[in-house]
Design a protein. Structure first.
Length: 327
């Protein structure tokens, strides 16, 4: 019988982290969930608190952590523009100093370590779809750079630790992901559209809506995380994890209106600075190396996500604007 692994998940009470903690527990692992609750909530893991193999610790990864673990999933960092632009200096510190601290921990205890990187490292891409070999087109001094460049620097640190200290590292570049436990006010397009549609408010479409995104359901992404972590040491990444099915933002808005049965109107607003025009992963490496590809279709995943937000709204956990404020 295989021995039980003790696994640290930083950012474990967040959207992705909470789903990962669940899956690791289901597999039989011990899970230490670490979070400072800046953009996450204890409610995401409340149902796990009585589990005998689950432990929750409030901690900020910009400070060192001294624990004994076999594997580390480093997911700690605000990932939506609303949250990471609120305190951009702290966002960069979380990505860079947090990576240094977690890599230092992995070095001390000889743990395998996984970095949740992002498709934002590609910036506003001039290569489409984006393969891992593409170096990106990133504005280093723009409003998004605290996140983009922070994650790029974290990748640098991971590979330097591997070269210098022979550390076992795994780096995944995450493309747009959605599903239950997304923050209702995180400013991401899926949560924005669903909340606005359920409230009967105007749906805010930035630009002409022809910019594209590829939406991966959270269960599929977490499956990719675990498959990458379980590969031999010579498999390091970076590896794209996302859904290669590309949709315009306008198509997403129309589908959300249809699935919610909303009377919301779709209204245009100016496009934010440095907003990528195209985002679609080339997942050939993940298909070949991990035998992985997303299975959840957008309509199916949106139905589950809408049900989650609808329940939050029914419980009064999402602010509902006054009717006179809705155009």
């Amino acid at each position: 019988m295989p021995s039980v692994k003790r696994i640290l998940v930083t950012g474990g009470a967040g959207f992705l982290g909470s789903h990962l903690c669940e899956r690791l527990l289901e597999r039989g692992d011990e899970v230490l969930c670490v979070d400072n609750f800046f953009s996450s909530t204890r409610r995401n893991v409340e149902h796990l608190l009585d589990h005998p193999r689950f432990e929750l610790m409030r901690h900020d990864v910009t400070f060192p952590l001294y624990v004994e673990v076999d594997e580390i999933y480093n997911l700690a960092c605000p990932a939506s523009p609303v949250h990471y632009q609120y305190d951009p200096v702290q966002t960069t510190k979380t990505s860079v100093i947090g990576a240094i601290n977690m890599l230092g921990l992995a070095k001390r205890v000889k743990a395998k370590i996984f970095q949740a990187s992002t498709s934002e490292v590609y910036g506003d891409p001039v290569v489409h779809p984006q393969p891992e070999s593409y170096w990106g087109n990133v504005n280093p001094i723009g409003f998004r750079s605290c996140y983009d460049e922070g994650k790029r620097c974290a990748e640098t640190l991971f590979f330097d630790y591997r070269r210098q200290h022979k550390l076992s590292v795994k780096v995944a570049r995450i493309f747009n992901t959605y599903g239950p436990r997304m923050h209702p006010h995180d400013g991401r397009v899926v949560s924005n559209f669903i909340v606005q549609a359920l409230q009967g408010a105007d749906i805010t479409l930035y630009g002409d809506g022809q910019q594209t995104r590829s939406f991966c359901y959270v269960d599929d992404l977490v499956d990719g995380f675990m498959r990458l972590m379980d590969t031999p040491d010579e498999v390091t990444g970076p590896m794209n994890l996302g859904n290669p099915n590309e949709f315009t933002i306008r198509e997403l808005a129309d589908l959300v209106v249809e699935l919610t049965g909303s009377r919301s109107r779709v209204m245009s607003a100016p496009l934010p600075s440095d907003d990528p025009k195209q985002r679609q992963p080339n997942i050939a490496k993940a298909r070949e190396t991990l035998a992985w590809a997303p299975r959840t279709q957008l309509r199916e995943g949106l139905e589950k996500t809408i049900a989650y937000f609808d329940a939050l709204l029914a419980r009064g956990e999402i602010y509902k604007p006054k009717r006179e404020g809705v155009r």
